[in-house]
Design a protein around this ligand. Structure first.
Ligand code: G
Ligand code: G
Ligand code: MN
Ligand code: NA
Length: 256
């Protein structure tokens, strides 16, 4: 069976699921939110990794519809969790990956606006992750879309930061609130070569007024080092892998 054929209509047939990975405030250890990650269980192909199907979805344009489904589902889930936690609890966010193809598609701003209205999710609780390379490919075109999204009140994140050809001047021009340091930097904390880069990224992004999420944190040593350096939020298997919503109840209770 051809992957592209199998993927067509997967959302309508109920084959797609959203898993959520906790993102933690490193200073307090409190839950700050989740990254939403798409999962596909194909009847014909079995479990297919997003590393395989997301590129196909991008090339064919299917990512636009799948991404709309993901946004709606992620927002709906966060609203449900927030109601469970009650009004006094720390507000949570949900961070959703947006592919370059979705950014280029004229429908993204309308879709985000609709999802916010339908679900009554507070706009700032919706974070949209855009890769650095995606922005750099077409910075002027992307900037118009990012400014329109920013005007809706959503929080924009630069994902996989440090892996592309980043320029400091572009970062200053983007209406982003969050920079996510790629896990390739985090994984080598402790070997003496990457620490200066991570320190520099933290200093620079904080000077610009952005908050920093470190991805791929797997050990207590990495967590401690990042906390000492003033990193804001961390995400990684040290805390939790992405999991289905029903397995995340222990994270949702406001005491955690
Ligand atoms: O989810 P991991 O758990 O395997 O994800 C692998 C890659 O697929 C990551 O680079 C991640 O950003 C990407 N990915 C996962 N879910 C989505 C999604 O819903 N949309 C986009 N654009 N990328 C996703
Ligand atoms: O590209 P993006 O950052 O959106 O991708 C998230 C990817 O990182 C997913 O595949 C997710 O499963 C993976 N991931 C999340 N935490 C960790 C971690 O601590 N270690 C490793 N190796 N991968 C992680
Ligand atoms: Mn991401
Ligand atoms: Na990333």
């Amino acid at each position: 069976v051809n992957l592209e054929q199998a993927l067509r209509g997967a959302a309508e047939r109920g084959e797609l699921a959203v898993h959520f990975q906790p993102i933690v405030d490193v200073a307090t250890g409190e839950l700050d939110g989740f990254e939403a990650l798409m999962r596909w269980q194909s009847p014909a192909l079995g479990f297919v990794s997003p590393m395989e199907f997301i590129p196909v979805a991008e090339e064919t344009g299917m990512i636009v519809e799948m991404g709309e489904w993901l946004l709606r589902e992620s927002a709906r889930q966060l609203v449900e969790w927030s109601l469970q936690r009650g009004a006094g609890a720390r507000p949570l966010h949900v961070s959703v990956n947006v592919a370059v193809r979705q950014l280029r598609d004229g429908s993204l701003v309308r879709i985000v606006d609709e999802v916010l209205r339908e679900t009554a999710l507070p706009p700032s609780a919706l974070w949209l992750e855009i890769t650095e390379s995606g922005v750099m490919e077409n910075i002027e075109g992307t900037l118009l879309t990012l400014n329109a999204l920013h005007a809706l009140g959503v929080t924009l994140c630069i994902d996989d930061f440090g892996t592309g050809y980043s320029s400091l001047s572009y970062l200053q021009r983007l209406p982003v609130g969050i920079v996510k340091i790629d896990r390739s930097f985090v994984s080598r904390i402790g070997d003496g070569t990457n620490e200066p880069i991570v320190r520099a990224v933290l200093a620079m992004t904080h000077a610009m007024g952005h908050r920093v999420v470190a991805e791929g944190v797997e050990t207590a040593e990495q967590r401690d080092w990042l906390r000492n350096q003033g990193c804001d939020l961390i995400q990684g298997w040290y805390y939790a892998k992405a999991d289905r919503p029903e397995n995340l109840t222990k994270w949702i209770s406001p005491q955690v």
